[in-house]
Design a protein around this ligand. Structure first.
Ligand code: 57M
Length: 355
């Protein structure tokens, strides 16, 4: 909004710049979440206490203590991101609109699920949740596909001349990216700060990526595909970084709130969509390697259990529970995951130079 008011109407040049608006989008979102956080958490706590608390069965013992920690803290992230983005992003940018719609749609699934879980002890049925994810991601995929600046070529890291034209198959591929990432972030979200840490690192990495991909000169220089208008996504991502830092303020150990599916599904879907829009889908598997590993640990655990007729590969999956049951303190597991995530981000960024 500020772009349209201050630059387009009053010709104040500084509001033209993505970098300037990005920095203030971050600061705005951060302070919004710090300001509304305590009140929101209080309300969520009241609601959850009234309904008797929520903790899944068979959780490692330490988690019983978390029974009254309010979930749906993702609301804090979504509200802060939306307010800040509306203020600082260009609202005539189709990519920004796509991302805001994605976040909102998956927020709806997650919030409904969390609400039902707290209120009636049972969330949405897995099948219903999946059908909603398919319908919404299909809608988003079509929206992206029809964007005049979107091409159907798949680009690979490192190999600068390797491309694959997916044509219409790009639509199911986008759906896979959105649904896969939202569920992977959801699976990861099982310890204080565990999901938001790698999320922040992934977001920071994609700020850099979207800025380059949206800049004709830089993209050409690095031999990566240029996508018109994508630079504006970095302003949105700065807002998400600020909101995520604000959320971490409350979610750091011992957490005062969990993001819930409200946060994990909306953030995951947003990250998946951004990887598609920036034409850097494979990099997401590297930067977001933690989400991939957590998901893989579940797949391997289930497969191993079936093949061996009841034996377990890990003490418990997703893998963070395995480390917990081995006696490693929760904050240590979480901080180590952040460290791995930072290293993965560096590896991902390095592929821009190796090509
Ligand atoms: C979300 N939710 C957390 C919180 C958070 C197929 C199977 C692997 C599915 C998987 C599953 O259901 N995953 C989805 C996991 C839960 O957190 C809530 O959920 C939101 C995210 N959706 O925001 O609202 C609990 O996690 C803890 N937590 C924190 N701090 C945080 O910041 O401590 C969360 C956020 C919270 C809190 O205790 O209540 C969760 O873990 O339930 N299932 C599993 O993850 C289960 N694994 C399992 O059954 N493994 C089997 C097989 C099927 C692979 C095996 O190993 O043999 C585990 N989850 C639980 N108990 N609760 C294992 C046992």
């Amino acid at each position: 909004m500020f772009y349209h008011i201050f630059y387009e109407w009053f010709d104040i040049n500084i509001f033209k710049y993505i970098t300037f608006r990005g920095f203030y989008a971050l600061i705005t979102a951060f302070f919004i979440s710090l300001i509304i956080g305590p009140r929101l958490i209080k309300e969520l706590k009241k609601f959850q206490k009234k309904e008797g608390g929520y903790v899944r069965e068979y959780t490692p013992d330490a988690h019983e203590l978390k029974k009254y920690t309010p979930t749906m803290g993702g609301l804090l992230i979504v509200i802060s991101v939306f307010l800040s983005s509306i203020l600082w992003c260009r609202l005539d940018n189709l990519w920004v609109l796509t991302i805001l719609i994605t976040m909102l749609l998956f927020f709806f699934i997650g919030a409904l699920d969390d609400y039902l879980k707290v209120k009636y002890k049972n969330g949405l049925k897995t099948k219903t949740k999946f059908i909603l994810q398919i319908i919404f991601s299909f809608f988003i995929a079509i929206f992206i596909y029809l964007n005049p600046f979107f091409d159907t070529y798949l680009y690979f890291p490192i190999f600068k001349n390797l491309t694959l034209d997916l044509g219409y198959f790009y639509i199911p591929f986008i759906m896979f990216m959105i649904i896969g990432t939202s569920n992977a972030v959801n699976l990861t979200d099982g310890l204080d700060g565990l999901a938001i840490g790698p999320t922040l690192i992934t977001v920071a990495t994609y700020i850099y990526i979207s800025y380059i991909v949206g800049n004709f000169i830089l993209a050409k220089y690095l031999f990566i595909p240029y996508v018109n208008g994508v630079g504006e996504i970095s302003v949105f991502l700065m807002a998400l970084l600020g909101a995520g830092l604000g959320f971490l303020w409350f979610n750091s150990f011992p957490a005062e709130t969990f993001m819930g599916d409200t946060g994990s599904l909306s953030i995951g879907a947003t990250l998946g969509t951004i990887a598609v829009i920036t034409k850097q889908e494979f990099l997401l598997a590297i930067v977001g390697g933690i989400f991939v590993l957590e998901t893989l640990s579940v797949i391997l655990q289930v497969a191993y259990f079936k093949i061996t007729g009841g034996k377990r590969l890990f003490k418990m999956a997703p893998i963070h529970h395995h480390f917990e049951l081995k006696g490693i303190p929760e904050p240590k597991i979480v901080v180590r995951v952040w460290i791995i995530s930072i290293i993965l981000s560096i590896i991902a960024i390095s592929t821009f130079k190796i090509r």
